[in-house]
Structure formats: C-alpha cells, structure tokens
Design a protein around this ligand. Structure first.
Ligand SMILES: Cc1cc2nc3c(=O)[nH]c(=O)nc-3n(C[C@H](O)[C@H](O)[C@H](O)COP(=O)(O)OP(=O)(O)OC[C@H]3O[C@@H](n4cnc5c(N)ncnc54)[C@H](O)[C@@H]3O)c2cc1C
Ligand SMILES: NC(=O)c1ccc[n+]([C@@H]2O[C@H](COP(=O)([O-])OP(=O)(O)OC[C@H]3O[C@@H](n4cnc5c(N)ncnc54)[C@H](OP(=O)(O)O)[C@@H]3O)[C@@H](O)[C@H]2O)c1
Ligand SMILES: Cc1cc2nc3c(=O)[nH]c(=O)nc-3n(C[C@H](O)[C@H](O)[C@H](O)COP(=O)(O)O)c2cc1C
Length: 1364
C-alpha cells in the first residue's frame, strides 16, 4: 500500500491495536452496501479498541497491516482481519463515520510528553436531524460535543480523547459516557401481547446490514451477572433512571454486564422491532464457536456458584474444569439438574419483555432432557399442562426437552403455544379462527389433520424429536381449560351471544433458552394471562378482529372515530375477560395489578442486582398505558444470559426427510394419536413419577425416623421419584431446587435435634437469619425449642382451593418459594418439648416461604406413634398427589396398603456360608455401618460406686484411650459406646432360628436380583451390603438390636412365618400398630426372645432377621473425667439398668450397654467415639460462678468439671470461684456417689459448696434436689443466676430437669419480684446467652411410672376427643 494512498489529514486515521485472546481487536463489524465493505458496528467493552479511545462505531476500515480493503469483498476483508494472530499487532487505517471529518492531533505537555487525541468534526452540512425533546432540550439538542481528556502517548496503545456523539437517538448508549440520560419515548404504539408469538415480519432494516459472516450466533455472547448490585463509583458507569411520576431515581449498573450487541445501532433506535437481532437465535447460522460457548458457560457457572455463595469454592473450580473439558472435547456440556433450574429461573428473571417477572423464583421445572421420541414429548406436555392448569389455579412451569447439539437432531414443538386455536381459509379468502395460526393449521392439514372448521378448534401438537419429521398429537381436550366470556353487568347479554371463549394457560413453546451456552430449542413454558393479552387476541385486526362486531353488538356509533367506539369496545371486552376468568376461579391479572407488581419487582431487582432489563415498549400495557405506573418509569433494555430468544419457525428451515412430507406416514401417526388421547392414567403416573422428585430428609438417634422415612418412600414411590437422605448427608444448596421435601425427624436432648439433624438445622437457621432484615435478631442464637413457636405467617398451610394461590402481586424472594414441604415429628410426650425439633424445622421451612402441604404430624412413642405416622403419611401423600395433579392417576388404596405391608419377600433372600471364613473387625465394621469414626478403648478399671447394701449398681468405668486423637474431648462432652448384646440372650435367640448355622461359621446374606440380557431376564444372587459376612453370633451380638420390642411391621413378617392360626390372629392384630400393639408393647417391653416365646409357632429364618432387625445403636455417657487429671483415659459413671417389666411384676430385663460395661474384661475392644457437647462446657472465663445440679448418675459430667478446676488450681491457673454442687440420692449410706472425691475437691477449692438431698433416708421426709434449692438456698441461687450472671447446669433425668427449671422460675418470681412471664423470659435469655445448660439422659427416673401416667393422659385426651 503506497504511503500516499490514504489522505490521513482528511477523514482517516491510523491506529495500532493488539489482538487479544477473547475479545480480538475489540470491535464487531458489519457489511456496508458500498465499498469499502467493513464498518465498525460496536465496541466490545474492555477490548483493545475500547481502550484505545480512538475507534468509534461507524468507522470504516480502509486497510489493515498494509492490506488495502477499499476494493476487497466483505469476505476477503474479514479473512484479513481474522488472519491477525492473537497477540499480534494490527495497524488499521480507518475513516470516520460518514458526514464527519476525523483526524488525530498530537500536542506536548509542559513536561514534553506527547498527547494524542482524535478529533471528529461534522461535515459543514451534516445530514443529521437531531431529535429534540420538549422535556429535555438541554440534553438532546447538543449535536456534537467535544470532550478533551488527554493521556500520555504509548507506543503500543495509543490513547486519546474522543468525541462523544450525543445526537444519536436517545437510547443509544455511548460506551464513553459517564451516565446516560433517557428521553422517554411516549408513543401510543399498540404492542404485541406479552409472551405471545410475534407475528410481524422482521424489519429488513434490522438485520439487513448485520454481518452474517462474523458468525451472528456469537453475538449472543452474553456476560455474567453477579448477584450483587454493581456499586457505582467514580470509575464506573451507571445509568440514572428516573421515574417521572415520583421523581425517584435509580442507578442502573446491571446493564454493564449485558450482551455487547444491542437493539440499537449508532444512528437509529430499534426499540420497536419485534425480533431485534440480539434476541434471535437462528440455527441456520451454524454452531456457536467453542470460544463463545466457553465464555457463556464460565459466566453461567460463576453466576450459579455465586447464587449459592460458593463462588471460588473447590466445588466451583472443579465444576468449571469439568465443563471446560467437556466443551473442549464435545463443543458442549450437560447442565446439572440444579443448574438447569437456576438457569430457567434466571432466564425468566432476565426476560426484558415479560411483565410477570416478580414470580421468577416460582417456576416449576420439568426436566425431560432424556426423552427420545415425540410420544414421550407428548406425555411430558400433557403432564405440563395438567400441572400448570391446576383446576384454574395456574402455576408457572417449564418443560425442558433435550438441548441442541445440531440442527439435525433438534427436539422442537412446532406450535407457537401448546394451546392454540386453528385458522381456516375460506373460499372467499376470509379466515375463520385465529389468523395467528394460519400457517400452522395449513401445515397440520397437509399432514393429515382435519379440523372441524370452527372458530375455536384446538390445534394438534406438532412435535419433532431428534431432528426427525414432526408428528401430530391431538391435544386431549380434558387437559385444556377454557373460559367462556360473559359480561359482568346485567343487560349485557350481547357478549354471551357472541360465543367467545379463551384458554386458561398461555404456554409459549417456540421460544428457545440459552443457558450458559447450552441451547434449548424445545422448552414450553407458561405463566398466566394478563387480561389485555386476551383482549388483543380477540380484537386486533390481525387476529380475531372483533372490535367492530363488539362495538356493533354494544350499539355504539361506529361512524365517528371521535366517539371513541373502539376504546369503549376494547374496555368492555377486557372487563368481560377479567370478570369471566375470575368468576371461573382461573388465575388472571389485570394490567394495573401486573404493572404494580412489576414496579415492585423492578425496585427489588435494583436493590438485589443493581438493575432490571426491561423493554418499555412491551411492558407498558396496550390499554390505559399512562394510567399504569410503568409508563412513567425509565427502563434500560438489554440482554443477559441465561436468555429467552426467538428462533425462526421450524417449517422455514426444516428439510423434510421425504419431499412429499411423508403424508401417509404421518396420517398413520395421527391415527395412533387418537389412542394416545385415551392415554391411561397409569401411563401418566409413570411419566410423572420419572419427573417429580420427592426428597425425604430424616434425622434420627435410634433409627425410628429412618424406618419411617423408608415407609414414606414406599408410598411416595407410587407417584413420585422418592429418595431418603439423612440430614447430615444432604447438601443444603439443593434445597431451593427441590420440588417436594418431606421431613421425618425425632427430637432429642430437651427439644434439640438428633445429632445428624444439627447441621441442616443450623444451616437453615442461618439462612433465615440472613434473610431477616432485623440484624439484631440475627445476632442472637435461637434454640430450637423457641423456633418451634411459629409465627402465623409461617404457619400458612395450602388448602385445596387456595393451594399455591398465586399471590400475583407478591414477590417471591423466599429461598424456598418453589418448594412444597411437610414435616412429621417423632417424640415422646414424657418430654416437655414434645417434637420440638420437628416443629422448629416446620417453622424454618415456612419462614423461608416453602409451601406447607399439610400441618405438621406428630407421633408420640408412648401413644400411637405408628398409627399417627400412617395417618399422616396417607394424608400427605394424597395432598401431594393433588398438588402435583396426580390424584386421578394414582391408586390410593394400593399406595396406602404399602404402608402396612413390608417389602420383605422371603424367597428373595437367603443366608449362605461365605467362601472366606474370616470374621470382620467389629470396630471398623460398626464405623462403616454408622458412618462414624470409631476408636477402640480397653477397660483399665471398674468400680461399683454404690455400697454393697444398696442392691443396685452404679459403676465408674475407666477406659484407656492411648491418647487417640479421635477421642480428644472437653469436660461436658459425651462418649458414644457401641455395646454387645447379652450372650445368653444371643444364645437363646440362635436356638430359635430354624436355619441357624453353627456359631463359628461365617455366613453372608444374599439377595435375589434380576437383570436384562440378550437371552432374557437373568436372576442371580448378590451379597446384601447391610451387614458384612460374619457369624450369626457376631451379627446378633454386635450389629443387630434384639432387645427393642419389634415394630408392627416386623410382627407382620413374623405372622407370615408359617405360624399357627391362633398366633397368627394375635400377630395380625398387633401388626396393625394400633392401641392393642401399644398396650402390649408398653406393658411387656418384650425383647425378641420373649416375642418368640409368646409365639412359639413362628418358623424364624436367619435371613429375615439379618435383613429386618434394626441396627444396634450406640449409647451415650457423659464423660466423668478431665483429660488434665487423667490423660489418656476416659471415665464414665454408669447406672446399671435392671428392671422388671409390667410395673415390677414381669421378667427381669437388663439394659444392654450398662450391663455390657458392667461385664467387659480388659482384653475386649470397646468401640466408641466422642460426641462434643459445646452447649454443656464450662464457661470460658474462670471467674464465673456455676451451680451444678445432678442427682444420681446426673453427677457424671460434674466430676469432669471439678477435676478440670482441680487441675487448673493445681497449675495456679485458677483461684477457685463459686462452683456449687447439688446432688441427690436415695440414702447417704447406699448411693452417695463420689462422696469422698467431692470432699477432697472441696478441700482443694475446686468445689465451693456441696448440697445433698436424700429421698429415702429412714424416718426423714423425701427430699429432692429441687426441694433443697427452694428451701435451703433460694437467695444463693438467685444471687448467682441473676446478680452475678453465673451459669446453671442440670444433668440427668428429664422430669427432674423440668422440675428444677420450674423451681428456678419460682425463685426468680419471688426473689426478683417478677411475673411468671418475665421469669420465663429471663430463663430463655439465659439459654440464648448460653448460661443455662442441660444434659438430658432421657426418662431414666421412675421410667415406668412416668411413661404410664403420660400414656394415660394421652389416652384420656383422645377418648374425650372421640366422644365430642
Ligand atoms: C446425652 C446422654 C448422656 C447420658 N449419660 C449417661 C451417664 O453418664 N450415665 C448413665 O448411666 N447413663 C447415661 N445416659 C443413659 C445411657 O445412654 C443409656 O440410656 C443407659 O445406660 C441405658 O442403656 P442400656 O443399653 O443399658 O439400656 P437399654 O437396653 O437401652 O434399656 C433402657 C430402656 O429400657 C427401658 N426401661 C428402663 N427402665 C425401665 C423400667 N423401670 N420399666 C420399664 N422399662 C424400662 C426403657 O425403655 C429404656 O429406654 C445418657 C444418655 C444420654 C442421651
Ligand atoms: N435409659 C434408661 O432407662 C436409664 C438410664 C440410666 C439410669 N436408668 C435407671 O435410673 C435409675 C438409677 O438411676 P440414678 O442412679 O441416676 O438415679 P436414682 O438413684 O434412681 O435417683 C437419684 C435420686 O433422684 C431422685 N428422684 C426421683 N425422681 C426425681 C425427680 N422427679 N426429681 C428429682 N429427683 C428425683 C430419686 O428419688 P426416689 O427415691 O424417688 O427414687 C433419688 O433420690 C436406675 O433404676 C436405672 O436403671 C435408666
Ligand atoms: C435422651 C432422649 C431425649 C429425648 N428428648 C425428647 C424431647 O425433648 N422431645 C420429644 O418429643 N422426644 C424426646 N425424646 C424421644 C424421642 O424423640 C423418641 O424416642 C423418638 O421416637 C426417637 O426416634 P429416633 O429413633 O428416630 O431418634 C427423647 C429420647 C431420648 C432417649
């Protein structure tokens, strides 16, 4: 290229740019009609061109690196530009936009530094007509303004000032402006219906000039959207958006994250185009480049992890790697289910044209990415419509068909909406039906469909699977809810006579979703109608065109437009639409409610994301626009990913496999579809079951909640895909993506969660706290008992009629807005906080706006727990079926029956001799079985702490830990011990098992499995993983619980073991789990051997026991030693449990673990683990006074406390402040535990006060610890607790703890002159401040009496209720 070829002094400049990896030269180009062919269309934010400040949209490229482009074709020019390697330099010769004169000007600073600026002047006679506004003349009349900001010259990157053009139409965003002011384009253009199918042809102006060769698919290169608003700073741009009604201003920053391609071109506003190029994805443009998919995918995965507050976590990094690897090797990747849900919701949230976005979080996703045929698509669509329609209470949902890999394998719905009315062209050229669907109707007819020729005939579905020819399916009319239109006012029968109707569910099916670079061309989705959309469908001239007939029927003067007859007709018809839908209880919103809710959403989004994309032209309703608040709001329109995009109708590009469109074949298909209309309910159920997940979360200490969860799974699997997960195995991030969550949990401690429920409960509490604005509340730790008291808001239960009542004005900010849930609690009324943890979970899920399917269910282990559970499970199942529209398809009887039948089939299990005769390691096996890190200890010493005359034993167990790290603990922690069953009981049991092997033979349980093979179904035996291969003796001694009374289900299985008639009858009654069972269980507390003795005809097999007996659970013991005094040891104070059943008259029972500990020898391995009890530790500061109340074995943890103090005193680290011990026992001579040790500790100053209460001292009245507190030391207690802010510890039996609590309450009332409520508040505050500590062993004192009286009360209550 000759130096002189371009006159750089006139309108051309030379700029050097470096090509970057992702953004190239930093601009997008388009083709010009004339040569030179290449024009800069848009700068890429943060790209080379942007930073050079020397390039503008509209510049024409004359040459690059010496190659002349003035005569080159567009393609050749692009080739030259693309040939520049990444990192390479491009010397560009560019010409300023037409009508301007451009040159560079270099000046020198005082210091002699060169500064170069670009100067662009208009030609003396510019062909520009500035757009003037009456409201803001100052902002728009400026024509061109010159800004001069000068920077140092740099050889690599020339920086300069630029001219900012302000004479473009008001909505073109200049990259270089600090803020953007908008002029409101108020015009009365009637816009197409929201979410409706655009029918207008695209303006050639829009895409005509766009460069197809630059791969237009990549223009959808959308950028990440952080959840956090962009906080404007002086470096950042923002748009100031004014509300002209309220004068309120919003700073919009989210647009900075938008797709760099926008509607508007430098010289024109494309705001009214129906399908601007940035909102269209045309598969004919070829596949998007790997680079653009990578970028979108990264952005999306970042958004997803940011939404879960797991940005930059390990999981985030790993997922990104996985996704990038997949894109590199396959060009795409698979979204996880949760990513899909997040993407769907975000795409809705980002859709600028949708007015109903306040509900974006409340979208139900049907994941049908695995469908392979049109029939499966049809099934899925039926399910979608059923769920969405919900008898008129419309629910938003979306169905995902497989993503696009290639246009040749596409899954698409050819209909623009799932429900559409046909249109027939008459001989005279007139149309009957909805003209919007003329093309599709004619296509269906060519494929063999015959419409009835009516105005409102439902079109069949035309479905395409895997790129094959599409197939027709008649839409089952029972799935289509329609509303007949009538006028609300009397005397307006004209409307009824017109016989108009409309369908209830607007389910758009021709839009595609791009989620992080993955394109979904088949994604039908629906919200509900805004009334004006139906009004327009019926009245628009290009649609039913009923405006004149309506006006005439109303008797209006249609001669003069000034009579506003059109407006009157529109208004009346809109009124009728709203009235008819509302009267039929079908969800609809009027445009006033819709716009108000949008404004609420807009303001929420400004706070949450710093912006809200919106297409003003679409959002302002077609009726009474200026009467709605949105009319006055400035809004920015831009595109974010995930995005909803237009795509061309498939018949415009689809290449039929057969040139004659295989008419006959399709007719055949059409016949088949008639049968599909009668699709049986069972098939529907199957289809749904594959799709709707039910997650059953349980927390359990002794395994009952787990067993109940499994039963629940049985019943739910009749209609859902149900899974059981332990709460501590559950990733809480999944919760918001669940459709249905069922919680089954017990309560432990004194209203606390079972150990495996703690993590989830705390995580939920944290989410609730974080979501509360009241930070004060957030700061205080709430105990679960107090959470259990629900607020009226959070206790809302969906009733059948108003379930999921689409509170269309309300925002759905609640994390669980889209999750349905129900909770069942297991507990015992012997505890004051009955089922408190279940209540707490129920409240928390409610507070997070989860939708409660049913009131919480409660099962009292002392009275009808099983029955309560069964009733609840049946009710909640029915309710869930209703909610998910499965009721008609499910055989409720079958489902309910599954609750009382056990799944165990005797023929499917067997016990065989194992080929390896090696016993497993017990400690390791228990650890695996219970998912716990176990260690083994050995006995050092055992000592009976009671005197010989006592007749009872409380033993001190000293275990050697060998300083095993897993067994490190603090005073106050617990030791969990896995016991061994009494060898005599095991022996007796083995003697009753029909097929018991000899005691040294290692056996294994096997289950029959079935698998498909080319030669048919193969049956084979597989090792069951519940237990490891071991001897029966080991299984019954170490792994299985043989002493807890069998459950009704187990009794049912026993009744099937060839029992004689008489025993079978009794077993049958007991296995119903009703009052007979409860009475029998409570009275006898029978262990397995006693049951077998009561029913000697039971022919018991080992397989049944190995599969069905519950696992032997660990017992907890409060650690009774300090590691400082006894390093390498753990001590426990164990009361050896022995009792006679039937209130003392029955056989003698021995507690499993306490008896085991009372019998172990020093060569046995004790399998144990430490459970930390942070809420029962000593205060951190050493000068805080403490009161310790622990009668009987309740003294156990306090021994570790005083030992700890002793150690500190001996080290000189503690000067011994108040530590008062209150101990109670029967008799000073029998069971005064640790009498000498306490005396010694007092001497050394570790214990400051010791009080004793003797309950069975001869000749003296019974005294309990609470009596001592009340009568002897009330002032002392008040002083420590109230004045000195000391700590109060109670340990042992729950009834005792409750009575001690009441006594403290009384003291506070008397000494502190408080009301009962105030005193209770004070104790609650002690609990939140962690000054009131409880370590509850359970109902240990007077177990039989306490349980009996609670049972009697429960029975009386239920009887009196049944008499009412
Ligand atoms: C956090 C915590 C800490 C604990 N700390 C200690 C401790 O430090 N020291 C200690 O000794 N215990 C403690 N326990 C209790 C301990 O865990 C065991 O429950 C206890 O040792 C009994 O277990 P076992 O296996 O011997 O009896 P099991 O075989 O479990 O038998 C006990 C069961 O028998 C039944 N039963 C008991 N008495 C009667 C009766 N009179 N009439 C009818 N039925 C009856 C009840 O159903 C009872 O649950 C603690 C418990 C917890 C939860
Ligand atoms: N899980 C279990 O089932 C389990 C666990 C551990 C221990 N136990 C059982 O508990 C008993 C021994 O336990 P232990 O040594 O800890 O205690 P304990 O010796 O039975 O009782 C300690 C003291 O507490 C008194 N007491 C009873 N009810 C009370 C109440 N409501 N409030 C305050 N004090 C009360 C007793 O008085 P009285 O004279 O009225 O009894 C006694 O003076 C054994 O029978 C053992 O089998 C059961
Ligand atoms: C130490 C202990 C504490 C308990 N605390 C409570 C309680 O506070 N509230 C309650 O309703 N039930 C309480 N229970 C009863 C259990 O919740 C009940 O036994 C339940 O059926 C156990 O179910 P799981 O096997 O799933 O853990 C307690 C039981 C024990 C042994």
């Amino acid at each position: 290229m000759g130096k002189n070829k371009f006159d750089l002094t006139v309108n051309a400049i030379s700029v050097v740019l470096t090509k970057r990896h992702k953004t190239g030269l930093g601009f997008l180009v388009r083709e010009r009609q004339i040569k030179p062919k290449v024009e800069v269309m848009e700068l890429v934010e943060d790209g080379s061109a942007f930073h050079s400040h020397l390039i503008q949209a509209g510049d024409v490229i004359l040459a690059v690196n010496g190659v002349d482009l003035t005569t080159a074709s567009y393609k050749e020019s692009l080739k030259t530009l693309r040939a520049i390697p990444v990192g390479g330099k491009a010397v560009l010769i560019i010409k300023g936009p037409e009508g301007f004169q451009t040159h560079l000007q270099t000046t020198f600073t005082k210091e002699g530094q060169p500064r170069t600026v670009r100067i662009t002047h208009p030609n003396p006679n510019p062909p520009i007509t500035p757009f003037h506004s009456a409201k803001q003349p100052d902002k728009l009349s400026g024509g061109l303004r010159e800004l001069q900001s000068v920077t140092n010259r740099d050889d690599n990157m020339i920086k300069s000032t630029q001219l900012v053009e302000t004479s473009q139409l008001s909505c073109s965003l200049s990259q270089n402006k600090r803020s953007i002011d908008f002029q409101l384009l108020h015009h009365n253009r009637i816009k197409p219906p929201i979410c409706d199918v655009p029918t207008d042809k695209q303006s050639p102006e829009d895409t005509g000039t766009v460069d197809k060769d630059t791969n237009t698919r990549d223009k959808v290169a959308l950028t990440p959207v952080s959840e956090m608003p962009q906080i404007p700073n002086n470096k950042q741009e923002f748009a100031n958006l004014k509300n002209w009604e309220t004068d309120q201003n919003h700073r919009e920053t989210l647009y900075l994250k938008a797709c760099p391609i926008n509607h508007c071109a430098p010289k024109k506003c494309n705001g009214s185009l129906m399908q601007p190029s940035n909102m269209v994805c045309d598969p004919r443009d070829g596949k998007p480049s790997v680079e653009s998919v990578r970028q979108l995918a990264k952005d999306f995965i970042d958004q997803y992890f940011t939404s879960m507050k797991r940005n930059n976590s390990e999981a985030h990094g790993a997922r990104l790697d996985e996704v990038m690897n997949s894109i590199d090797s396959t060009g795409t990747y698979e979204l996880t289910k949760n990513e899909l849900i997040f993407g769907a919701k975000t795409a809705w949230r980002n859709a600028p044209r949708c007015i109903g976005r306040i509900q974006w979080n409340k979208l139900h996703v049907f994941d049908c990415r695995k469908v392979t045929s049109t029939y499966e698509m049809f099934e899925a669509i039926c399910s979608h419509l059923k769920y969405a329609t919900n008898k008129g209470n419309i629910r938003s949902c979306i169905t995902f068909f497989p993503p696009r890999n290639d246009v040749k394998t596409e899954f698409r719905v050819w209909n623009s909406q799932l429900i559409r009315y046909a249109c027939y062209r008459q001989e005279d050229g007139s149309l009957v039906g909805d003209p919007a669907n003329l093309e599709l109707t004619e296509l269906c007819e060519r494929l063999g469909w015959k419409g009835k020729g009516g105005r409102f005939d439902l079109l069949p579905l035309l479905l395409q699977a895997n790129g094959e020819d599409p197939e027709l399916y008649e839409l089952p009319s029972n799935l289509v809810l329609e509303v007949k239109l009538r006028h609300p006012d009397a005397g307006q029968e004209w409307l009824e006579k017109m016989n108009l109707k409309w369908y209830a569910v607007p389910a758009v099916s021709n839009i595609m979703l791009n989620i992080g670079g993955v394109e979904f061309p088949g994604v039908p989705f629906n919200g509900w109608f805004m009334g004006t959309e139906i009004g327009r469908d019926l009245l628009d001239t290009a649609r039913y065109n009923l405006i004149l007939p309506v006006a005439e029927a109303m008797g209006l003067n249609t001669k003069k437009t000034a009579s506003l007859w059109k407006d009157k007709a529109i208004l009346e018809l809109n009124l009728a639409v709203l009235h008819s839908f509302q009267n039929d209880n079908v969800t609809i919103m009027d445009h006033h409610v819709a716009t108000e809710s949008f404004m609420k959403h807009f303001s929420n989004e400004m706070k949450l994301r710093g912006g809200c994309p919106g297409d003003w032209v679409w959002l302002v309703p077609p009726v009474s626009g200026s009467a709605t608040p949105i009319f006055h709001q400035e809004i920015l329109n831009y595109t974010l990913n995930p995005a909803c995009l237009y795509q061309p109708d498939p018949w415009h590009y689809y290449k039929w496999k057969d040139s004659v469109m295989k008419k006959r074949k399709n007719k055949l298909h059409f016949k088949e579809l008639a049968r599909s209309v009668l699709m049986t309910s069972r098939m529907m159920t199957k289809a749904m079951a594959n799709r709707i997940k039910a997650t059953i979360l349980y927390a359990s200490e002794t395994g009952k909640s787990y067993a109940y969860s499994k039963s629940l799974q049985e019943i739910f699997n009749h209609a859902f895909d149900a899974k059981v997960v332990a709460m501590d195995q559950y990733d809480i991030c999944n919760l918001e993506y669940e459709a249905l969550v069922l919680i089954v949990t017990s309560t432990f401690g004194n209203g606390d969660p079972p150990e495996n429920g703690e993590y989830l409960a705390q995580a939920l509490q944290k989410i609730v706290r974080d979501s509360k604005e009241d930070q004060k509340k957030a700061a205080t730790k709430r105990r679960f008992q107090s959470v259990a008291t629900a607020t009226p808001m959070s206790r809302r239960v969906s009733t059948k009629q108003n379930s999921f009542s689409n509170d269309i004005q309300s925002s759905t900010q609640g994390v669980l807005a889209n999750v349905k849930f129900a909770v069942f609690g297991l507990g015992s009324r012997a505890y004051p906080h009955f089922c408190a943890f279940a209540h707490a979970m129920d409240t928390l899920l409610g507070e997070l706006e989860g939708e409660r399917l049913m009131e919480i269910g409660e099962g009292d282990e002392l009275c009808g727990q099983e029955e309560s559970f069964r009733t609840w499970a049946q009710e909640v199942f029915t309710s869930a079926c209703d909610t998910f529209c499965l009721r008609e398809q499910v055989n409720l009887e079958d489902a309910n029956a599954s609750l009382s039948t056990s799944k165990f089939e005797r023929a499917d299990f067997r016990v065989v001799v194992h080929d390896k005769q090696v016993q497993p390691n017990v400690v390791e096996t228990l650890g695996t079985m219970h998912r716990k890190k176990l260690s083994s200890c050995r006995l050092i010493r055992r000592k009976n702490l009671q005197s010989e005359e006592s007749g009872r034993s409380t033993i001190l167990i000293q275990l050697e830990t060998k300083n095993c790290e897993n067994l490190n603990f603090c005073p106050g922690d617990h030791l969990g011990i896995y016991p061994r069953n009494d060898p005599d009981l095991v022996k007796e049991l083995l003697s009753k098992v029909r097929d018991a092997t000899d005691e040294n033979t290692v056996v294994v349980l096997e289950a029959k499995r079935e698998k498909r093979s080319i030669i048919g179904n193969l049956k084979y035996w597989e090792e069951d993983t519940r237990l490891p291969p071991c001897t029966l003796n080991m299984a019954f001694s170490r792994f299985l619980d043989i002493t807890t009374p069998p459950t009704p289900q187990l009794l049912k299985l026993f009744s099937e073991c060839d029992v004689n008639q008489e025993e079978s009858k009794t077993l049958e009654v007991l296995s119903q789990g009703q009052s007979e069972y409860e009475d029998w269980k409570f009275l006898n507390n029978p262990n397995l051997i006693e049951v077998l003795n009561q029913f000697p005809s039971i022919q018991l097999e080992a397989a049944l026991l190995l599969k069905q007996l519950p696992l032997l659970q660990a017992r907890y013991y409060s650690i009774s030693s300090s590691p400082e005094i006894f390093p390498g040891e753990i001590h426990c104070t164990v009361s050896v449990v022995t009792y006679h059943t039937r209130g003392g008259t029955g056989p003698l029972h021995h507690g499993v673990c306490s008896s085991y500990l009372n019998s172990i020898t020093d060569d046995e391995e004790v399998a144990c683990f430490v459970r930390t009890a942070p809420t029962f530790h000593l205060p951190l500061k050493d000068n805080i006074p403490c009161i310790l109340v622990g009668p009987g074995t309740g003294i156990a943890p306090f021994r570790s406390f005083w030992q700890q103090r002793l150690a500190e005193i001996r080290k000189g680290a503690h000067n011994g402040c108040t530590m008062a011990l209150l101990f109670g026992c029967r008799n000073p001579n029998h069971d005064h535990l640790y009498k000498q040790e306490v005396a010694a500790a007092m001497k050394e100053g570790a214990i400051s006060h010791a009080y004793t209460a003797f309950s069975r001292e001869k000749g003296k009245p019974k005294r309990y610890v609470q009596n001592v507190i009340m009568s002897e030391i009330p002032d002392f207690v008040y002083d420590i607790v109230h004045e000195k802010k000391g700590h109060f510890y109670v340990c042992g039996d729950v009834t005792m703890a409750t009575e001690v609590n009441k006594t403290l309450l009384k003291i506070l009332c008397i000494k502190g002159e408080m009301t009962k409520e105030k005193a209770q508040e004070f104790i609650n505050s002690m609990k939140t401040e962690e000054r009131y500590h409880e370590d509850i062993f359970g109902v240990t004192l007077r177990t039989y009496e306490v349980n009996r009286s609670v049972r009697l009360k429960g029975k009386e209550k239920s009887e009196s209720l049944s008499h009412k």
